[in-house]
Design a protein around this ligand. Structure first.
Ligand code: C2E
Ligand code: CA
Ligand code: CA
Ligand code: CA
Length: 279
């Protein structure tokens, strides 16, 4: 009992209390966000080597009634811990599929792919596969236009479960990318066992291309390995022409970053695509 009192003293440290309150408020606000229609998706263009928009990554934004537009870095982790990520993730998937279905009727947009981030808790949820298939079916979106981004650590925390779920969705046409590639494990054996379509090179490697020999080598190695495995590579966080040139020379196929566009509200994204589509 004494030890427990010791722990609880520590737990109610006054500075800690503030952050617990802030966190409790955040959770309460997050609970209201979905019924209050406060979420939206911004879309960041992904360009091919010809500068055409091949697709987009859907990035979640929270339009908080007092705090304004809140980026996911400030609430995704809390949503994960509180399991609110499950209904939020479902909303993201439904919204992405509805968008894809709408694009089908527009000649300039119908070839676009849309990538969606999937959190670990959402992916591990029983019924995840059925949920994705239901979103596709309800919207009428074509499965091969939907890409799910999974991080290395998510895949590796339970490889058997990951492979099983990915195969079930892959056979229906859904594509998979490994997000933040290179930041996680050094074991690459899993790569050949997964039904993957793309690797996304993490921004932290792209950032210092041309300035850091070790990052140059890492990126060249990833690109060479991807070529051997017949995987497409997306470079994320491309901010300078120098980075872009390096990536092009070494065979990177898809580019995402502020050099081309920030994540954009839907209407702006669609205008950006039309502008780049050519005659
Ligand atoms: P991420 O999946 O690695 O997404 C890329 C992040 O890099 C985005 O931040 C994007 O705005 C940012 N970014 C893109 N290009 C550049 C660039 O050139 N320079 C710099 N400095 N940053 C760039 P964002 O939108 O704040 O999202 C942060 C993270 O939140 C995402 O990282 C992802 O892990 C998570 N997230 C976003 N949307 C969702 C979602 O719908 N569900 C889940 N589970 N997580 C999400
Ligand atoms: Ca991502
Ligand atoms: Ca990423
Ligand atoms: Ca990242």
């Amino acid at each position: 009992a004494k030890a427990r009192r010791g722990n609880s003293l520590c737990f109610f440290d006054p500075s800690m209390q503030v952050s617990l309150n802030a966190r409790a408020r955040l959770v309460a606000d997050l609970k209201r966000a979905l019924p209050g229609n406060q979420f939206l998706l911004h879309l960041q263009p992904q360009l091919d080597q010809q500068g055409r928009v091949a697709g987009a990554e859907a990035l979640l934004r929270w339009q908080h009634p007092e705090r304004g537009l809140v980026p996911p870095g400030q609430f995704i982790a809390v949503a994960e811990d509180s399991e609110l990520i499950v209904p939020i993730g479902r909303w993201v998937l439904d919204s992405a599929c509805q968008l894809l279905a709408r694009w089908q009727h527009d000649a300039a947009l119908r070839e676009l792919c849309l990538s969606v981030n999937v959190s670990a808790r959402q992916f591990r949820q029983p019924g995840f596969v059925e949920q994705v298939l239901a979103s596709l079916q309800a919207s009428g979106a074509r499965a091969h236009r939907l890409e799910l981004e999974l991080t290395e650590s998510l895949v590796l925390e339970d490889v058997q479960d990951s492979i099983a779920k990915m195969h079930q969705l892959r056979t229906r046409g859904v594509r998979f990318a490994v997000d933040d590639f290179g930041t996680g494990y050094s074991s690459l054996a899993y790569l050949t066992r997964l039904p993957l379509h793309r690797l996304k090179i993490d921004r932290s490697f792209v950032q210092h291309l041309g300035e850091s020999h070790s990052d140059d080598v890492v990126v060249q190695t990833i690109l060479g390995m991807a070529r051997n495995l017949a995987l497409e590579v997306v470079a994320e966080g491309v901010e300078t022409q120098q980075q872009c040139d390096f990536l092009t020379v070494h065979g990177c196929e898809v580019y995402q970053g502020y050099l081309f566009a920030r994540p954009l509200p839907l209407a702006q994204f669609e205008a950006f695509v039309r502008e780049r589509a050519g005659p």
